[in-house]
Write a protein that binds this ligand. Structure first.
Ligand SMILES: [Zn+2]
Ligand SMILES: [Zn+2]
Length: 635
């Protein structure tokens, strides 16, 4: 997935942010069926499961779901809506949008049911005649990587927000049938045919791992790479006659680069589902088994195209790092509650780093663009007060607090948290360079990814869910040590589990580079606040600990109206403060609880905010050689 909105705000970063033929590989299918029953002990007999989706009245945003379970031998069946969906670590309680639940038996006789908890409907089956049919409607009007939307333009459907599972029967094979408006095409990872409407699916987990895009307006192109069909589907609200050529050209390069590095994935085809929706408040990206959903709040050109390629490079790499190589707990999933892992910095941050690397290796980016993006990640981390309080593992563990979670109480996250995407990407770079430096360029983080993939994914299935099994956080360190032939225990203790300042200077120097941090010429003395604009001034939304505003007694929720009687109604704070020297005592007119007050603050020096990674003069031939192994020789 893509970074949560919260951190892009707090970091002040620039906004960028079958069944004609079944898709699931025969190998996985075999393992799925061979091991399904072993995971459920004692296991109820398999049900005959049919999921039927009706898309009949777009303007109501109501999706009709019918689930039929045959061969019922248990006295009751629990139908459960997931509380969350893999890829986004937030409790969304999809059951909120379920309405008009009803249950019937083999002869359409009504069956008694009761709610066990917020998300579980228990249906009594004694009088069912061996078959239970439940029906309900789901209200769906969110275009995102987690929720669903059904309107007159399309149905963009994410299974976890629509489909209940039968408790104890997630491993059972099922059939999905979709009734669509006439002339709408159906795009998903389930089939390359856009006309197909019935799909066999190996199990519930894979059902909800295949988002559906159903519309009349979707443009589709495909290409092949290493024998795999890669399909690009684009639904754009901005353009009528869209030209996919630039997007497809970029995707070809990225897919080729990532497939050249990682082992052949166990899939026949892969589908990128893109939405270009100018005006949408925020975009999204979500990885899936053999597809991804990418929503760009912009057009298919310029910044929107660049954003789409960057997001695609990230989501496609998740095909290996997240969807297959995965932390324990992330597959098979318990959808009823939070699943904890300390390794999201590796799942998400290292994937972000590899997206950058493959944008470079594929030629979509120049070496300069690559180094600029890494410097921007470093800047984002170093300007976060929370880097001193929260480690990469802690940020991963606590994802449930802030991965696009609704915040109903005020939090101090701006001062206390970091993003596991952000620090994970920086750690990815540092680990890669450290491994390259210690091995004289013979090994890299690539070898760690490959070793982990072989050890934890490309192995016999431990359960019904895919191959291999999940790794624990210690396994990352052990694999790094084995690959590098060198002990990284201290590195992990200090920088992954700890909050020590990161070793930019020595690590970059080991490959003949340096981090330059400077203050821009037009910078102003620092107040140390985060603000948002109101019509009459600037509302303080965060006060940095220990800095000028906090020392002077300014508070969150104060509205800065004026500096020295000069209004802030339209002026920027930094433009007002630039005329003062650091150390000046400046009177602010502040609105607090509806009253105006004067509060004086002694300004801090400007905060260095220019970060760049540059060549270190006098690098040795060995350092230059390792550097060239990383970013290529300078052209
Ligand atoms: Zn991601
Ligand atoms: Zn669409």
């Amino acid at each position: 997935m893509l970074p949560p909105f919260l951190h892009t705000v707090f970091l002040h970063r620039p906004s960028r942010r079958a069944v004609r033929s079944i898709t699931w590989p025969a190998l996985v299918l075999t393992l799925v069926f061979a091991t399904a029953r072993a995971a459920d002990n004692p296991s109820p007999p398999q049900l005959e499961l049919q999921y039927h989706l009706r898309l009949l009245r777009p303007t109501t945003h109501l999706v009709e779901v019918e689930i039929t379970a045959g061969q019922v031998a248990e006295p009751a069946l629990d139908f459960t809506m997931p509380a969350w969906a893999p890829g986004r670590y937030a409790i969304y309680d999809f059951a909120k949008n379920v309405q008009e639940f009803e249950a019937a038996g083999a002869h359409e006789q009504p069956l008694r049911w009761t709610k066990l908890d917020k998300q579980t409907w228990r249906v009594e089956t004694a009088d069912a005649g061996g078959k239970v049919r439940v029906r309900y409607r789901v209200f769906a009007n969110d275009l995102s990587g987690s929720f669903s939307q059904f309107d007159s333009s399309h149905a963009c459907l994410n299974g976890a927000s629509l489909f209940m599972y039968v408790a104890g029967h997630k491993p059972d094979p099922l059939t999905l049938t979709v009734e669509t408006p006439p002339d709408w095409k159906l795009i998903s990872g389930l089939s390359l045919s856009t006309e197909q409407r019935t799909f066999p699916v190996p199990n519930y987990d894979l059902l909800i791992d295949a988002p559906l895009e159903i519309s009349a307006a979707c443009s589709v192109q495909q290409f092949s790479e290493r024998g795999k069909t890669i399909r690009v589907a684009v639904h754009s609200y901005a353009d009528q006659d869209i030209d996919l050529s630039s997007l497809v050209d970029g995707l070809k390069k990225i897919v080729r680069s990532e497939m050249a590095m990682m082992p052949e994935p166990d899939l026949r085809d892969y589908t990128f589902i893109f939405h270009f929706a100018p005006g949408l408040p925020q975009g999204d990206g979500m990885e899936h088994f053999n597809s991804s959903q990418i929503i760009i709040s912009g057009q298919l050109s310029g910044a929107g195209l660049a954003d789409a390629l960057e997001t695609a490079a990230h989501e496609f790499f998740h095909l290996w790092n997240a969807k297959r190589l995965r932390p324990a707990g992330l597959g098979p999933f318990d959808y009823t509650r939070e699943q904890y892992t300390r390794s999201l910095w590796f799942v998400e941050g290292v994937t972000a780093y590899y997206a950058y690397l493959h944008l470079l290796r594929s030629g979509v980016w120049t070496r300069q663009q690559f180094l600029e993006h890494l410097a921007e990640e470093i800047r984002g981390l170093e300007l976060q007060p929370g880097r001193l309080l929260m480690s990469a593992e802690s940020s991963s563990f606590h994802a449930w607090f802030y991965d696009r979670s609704p915040q109903m109480q005020e939090t101090n996250f701006a001062n206390t948290t970091i993003s596991y995407y952000n620090k994970g990407a920086v750690l990815g770079m540092l680990l890669d360079l450290e491994i390259r430096a210690r091995t004289g360029g013979r090994k890299s983080l690539d070898d760690v990814l490959l070793a982990m993939y072989r050890k934890f994914y490309a192995a016999p299935a431990a359960d019904y869910y895919g191959l291999g099994h999940g790794y624990e956080s210690e396994d990352i360190l052990e694999t790094v040590n084995a690959v590098a032939g060198s002990d990284f225990t201290a590195f992990f203790a200090r920088y992954v589990r700890g909050t020590e300042p990161l070793p930019y200077a020595p690590t970059l120097a080991s490959v003949g580079l340096q981090l330059r941090v400077s203050t821009s010429a037009d910078s102003a003395p620092s107040l140390g606040v985060l603000t948002q604009r109101l019509d009459r001034g600037l509302e303080i939304v965060a006060v940095w600990p220990g800095r000028a505003a906090e020392r002077g007694g300014l508070s969150r929720d104060d509205i800065l109206l004026a500096v020295d009687d000069l209004s802030l109604a339209t002026a920027e704070l930094k433009d007002r403060l630039r005329i003062y020297p650091p150390g000046a005592e400046v009177p602010f007119t502040v609105e607090r609880h509806g009253r105006e007050e004067r509060i004086s603050v002694i300004l801090d020096p400007p905060i260095p905010d220019q970060y760049s990674i540059e060549v270190l003069p006098g690098a040795t031939a060995q350092q230059v050689s390792v550097r060239n192994g990383w970013v290529g020789a300078e052209r």
